[in-house]
Design a protein around this ligand. Structure first.
Ligand SMILES: Cc1ncc(COP(=O)(O)O)c(C=O)c1O
Length: 448
């Protein structure tokens, strides 16, 4: 376990018992043992801390005071760092003034204008709390606008919403009626022919296409632009999901980097440094259907009790300010690039080409770990994460934040070098010899 210790902050009540007991209690009272599947036990090696009690910058501490350098940070939401003072202060100041009134707050207008100023292609915006709220709202608007039922998702991308229209298309569709499942169809990334075939097989039936601008492969041959044009030619709405690319690829997102104007776009995660704020932006013609200035049948668009809590919007405004003044996006790319170079040198030095690879953009690196036959392997992935935990690094990905310094990156590269040394031995001697607990498993699977 990592050596650095700090005094334990306030611990959960059940911490009087061991971490194993704590884990057991979590599973007794919370299905999956966590409120987000991606944080669950089945996603981490058995030596990962069962819970974290505190974070600062890119560091987190478990209940015993063990310190870890972490990557990913709040499922990619905390891009400036944990407890980032200017954002915490902005939110706290607003909390003291009241977080939710019976009429809109001026912050709703201020924040709306700040976003629209960054995205001239969008004319209206609505805030919500989770990414899923806004992707689902985008789909609903598209269906109302086109009078069509089918939704087309990019099959090579992992996630768009916790709602039925998307979960029904995954390997975990239990509880979702067949009729709903059948309304979501798919196409392949960078494969315009697959999208054309999809439209041809469903003439006049596809309401929208939803995708991320990029996950691992970059867009080729103006794929995104051509897909948007295809949507328009076939009367469908083009929705760009910027949940991950937003405030990371660029400010505000991949659509500015790639000079692409979607009909609707969705943001969340990083836009308020981890405070719960998401946003749907788009063309007036579509968005106004949720408003009071339309002659058409109205759409019930994103109306929730906590939808525009003032402290979240204050946090978002401050986050935008910091992104501008500190050139955050540039730092994310630069840190990621340093990490990529360091790790790729380590991989080459250990002769592990083909057995371990970094994928994606420097600002959003993920890793692929392979077995002796160079096939993706969950046991080898788990072993790699286990060896990083031993070296004080918690890394389900290598997604950097603004808080990761060059020294943090270099320390990570050293830890990766050590972890890959074990990977090398496990390739020769068998992964079972080194792996301590069960391997991780995909979130989307029909059986526990
Ligand atoms: C691309 C993408 N879209 C939508 C979502 C849903 O966001 P949320 O978890 O905030 O509901 C996610 C979440 O991981 C995501 O990665």
């Amino acid at each position: 376990m990592p050596k650095t210790k700090t005094p334990s902050p306030t611990l959960p009540r059940s911490d009087a018992t061991s971490p194993a007991r704590f884990r057991e209690r979590l599973h007794e009272v919370i299905p999956g043992g966590s409120h987000t599947y991606a944080k669950g036990d089945d996603q981490f090696p058995s030596n990962a801390p069962p819970f974290l009690v505190r974070g600062k910058g890119c560091r987190v501490w478990d209940g015993d005071g063990n310190e870890f350098l972490e990557y990913g940070m709040g499922l990619r939401a905390v891009t400036l760092g944990h407890g980032f003072e200017p954002v915490v202060e902005a939110a706290a100041r607003q909390m003291r003034l009241g977080i939710n009134f019976t009429r809109p707050s001026p912050l709703e207008l201020e924040c709306a204008e700040a976003f629209l100023e960054m995205l001239p292609a969008a004319e209206m915006i609505k805030f919500a709390k989770n990414g899923s709220d806004v992707t689902t709202a985008a789909v609903k608007l598209a269906r109302a606008h086109t009078g069509r039922d089918l939704v087309a998702v990019c099959k090579d991308q992992p996630f768009f919403s916790t709602d039925d229209w998307f979960i029904g298309s995954t390997a975990m569709p239990a509880g979702i009626p067949e009729a709903v499942r059948n309304m979501t169809i798919g196409f392949r990334y960078n494969d315009l022919a697959s999208a054309e075939a999809m439209f041809s097989a469903n003439p006049g039936r596809i309401a929208c296409v939803i995708l991320e601008a990029e996950t691992i492969e970059p867009p080729r041959d103006r794929f995104l632009h051509r897909l948007r044009d295809l949507c328009h030619a076939r009367g469908a709405v083009f929705i760009l999901d910027e949940m991950i690319t937003g405030f990371r690829w660029d400010l505000p997102g991949a659509q500015t980097l790639y000079d692409l104007a979607p009909d609707l776009s969705t943001f969340g995660k990083a836009i308020a440094n981890g405070f719960s704020v998401s946003a749907l932006l788009g063309k007036r013609e579509l968005m106004e259907r949720g408003g009071l200035r339309t002659d058409q049948e109205r759409v019930f668009l994103l109306s929730t009790t906590h939808g525009a809590e003032t402290h979240g919007l204050a946090a978002a405004l401050e986050t935008i300010r910091v992104y501008r003044s500190e050139r955050v996006v540039e730092i994310l790319w630069r840190r990621g690039e340093r990490l990529r170079r360091g790790i790729e040198d380590a991989v080459a030095g250990l002769g592990l080409d083909g057995y371990f690879a970094l994928l994606g953009k420097p600002c959003n690196l993920v890793f692929s770990v392979r077995d002796r036959d160079k096939r993706p392997s969950q046991p080898f992935r788990t072993l790699f994460m286990q060896e990083l935990v031993r070296r004080g690094i918690l890394a389900p990905s290598f997604v950097v934040s603004f808080a990761h310094t060059e020294a943090d990156i270099d320390r990570t590269v050293d830890a990766v070098q050590g972890a890959l040394g074990v990977h090398r031995k496990a390739l020769d001697e068998g992964v079972e010899k080194y792996l301590v607990g069960p391997p991780v498993a995909p979130v989307f699977r029909p059986r526990a």
